[in-house]
Design a protein around this ligand. Structure first.
Ligand code: SF4
Ligand code: F3S
Length: 106
């Protein structure tokens, strides 16, 4: 399965949702997650994210392992998103910021 990682927090560009053939993406206030039960590992979303926030679960960057459980948990709670929408106005200001995990709104 593929996993949305910390980089997406407060950026949420949503390019990723348009290409998913099985509508795996779920939207929260400032982050998106992938439903691991639905993802068919097609790989299409990974190159769509302009800030490279999406990784295969077995090739996550160091320190991002907790996002496996976060994607699973929040995909059960948040609604599906299938159409691209405007990113937050200040998304570009957050694109290079590290350590955003504490800013995740559930
Ligand atoms: Fe959807 Fe494919 Fe990305 Fe999985 S890898 S979330 S199926 S686009
Ligand atoms: Fe997030 Fe990248 Fe998609 S910032 S919403 S994973 S395009």
């Amino acid at each position: 399965t593929f996993v949305v990682t910390e980089a997406c927090i407060k950026c949420k560009y949503t390019d990723c949702v348009e290409v998913c053939p099985v509508d795996c993406f779920h939207e929260g206030p400032n982050f998106l997650v992938i439903d691991p039960e639905e993802c068919i590992d097609c790989t299409l979303c990974e190159p769509e994210c302009p800030i490279e926030a999406i990784y295969p679960e077995d090739d996550l960057p160091a320190g991002q392992e907790s996002f496996i459980e976060i994607n699973k948990e929040l995909s059960e709670k948040w609604p599906v998103i299938t159409a691209m929408k405007d990113a937050p106005e200040d998304a570009d200001d957050w694109a290079q910021v590290k350590d955003k995990a504490h800013l995740l709104e559930r």
